[in-house]
Each structure stands twice: as C-alpha cells, then as structure tokens.
Design a protein. Structure first.
Length: 153
C-alpha cells in the first residue's frame, strides 16, 4: 500500500549533502508500506557553515503551522538538533543512527522529530532509518503514561 507523507527536513552544513540526497528520493519503501514523500525543506540551503538552532526552530515552527507527518533533522552528531528541537512543547526529538533505534523511538517514545547524525550514516542507511521510523507505530499505554510524566514532574 502506498501512503503520501509530508515531511519537514532541515539541517546545518554538516548534513547538507544527505538532505540534498534525500530530496532526490521520491519513495521510501519498507516491507509493510511504500511512502511517497513530499519534502518541505527549511534549510540550510548551502554547504557553507551554518548554525543548527536556526534550522531546528524553522522546522519545529512548521509543526504548529500546518499538517505534517513528521520532521527529519540532520547535523553532525544529531545531538545539537535534538537539544534545540526538544526545547519546544509537544516535540519528542530522538537521535537514531540505525533502523532499529528509529523504530523504537517511535514505538516507545512517540518520536515525531527524527534526528539523524549525518557524520555517521550513509545514503543507504538513512533510507532504512527513515523507513523504519515512518512504519513504526506508537504503543501508547504505559509508554504514553511515561511521556505524560515529562510535563508533570
């Protein structure tokens, strides 16, 4: 079955090449589903040095402005983008460097912002990482209760 997904993508200079590569991939497949991706690119727009907080903020603003299916952020280690994104209410940004971690981030932590460490993944790997994340479903239940605790304590 084929699904259309609207995904915001952002990066700093270190993830620029992978972001540009992803924009050339119109479909991301997995055993379960085939996704047609509409990428919403909010920068960086060159490989010149840039600051990840600017692009993380631009991507997260899209969550509040329009109906999207998720956000993919890239930077060297992934950590900077995750820190910047998680400053916003309702954002669950998780760093994933392989498909299994990406799926578990969605299943256990309702990850709506996938952060990928561009310095540590290949073009082939990033497709699988995104595919597993898009195919995973949040488990809810006790996992939702844990997420609710974040704003309560």
């Amino acid at each position: 079955m084929k699904y259309n997904k609207k995904i915001v993508i952002a990066t700093d200079h270190r993830g620029f090449a992978l972001k540009e590569y992803l924009k050339t991939v119109p479909n991301i497949s997995c055993d379960k589903n085939n996704f047609s991706i509409s990428w919403i690119d909010v920068g960086a727009f060159t490989s010149e040095r840039s600051d990840y907080p600017i692009f993380a903020h631009a991507a997260i603003q899209k969550i509040h402005q329009e109906a999207i299916d998720g956000v993919v952020l890239l930077c060297g280690s992934g950590n900077g983008m995750a820190i910047a994104a998680n400053r916003f209410k309702g954002v669950f940004a998780c760093v994933a460097w392989n498909p299994q971690v990406a799926a578990q981030a969605k299943e256990d932590d309702n990850c709506n912002v996938l952060v990928i460490p561009a310095d540590y993944v290949t073009e082939k790997e990033i497709i699988f990482i995104i595919s597993f994340w898009l195919n995973a479903q949040f488990k809810g239940g006790r996992y939702a209760e844990r997420l609710d605790l974040i704003d309560k304590i």
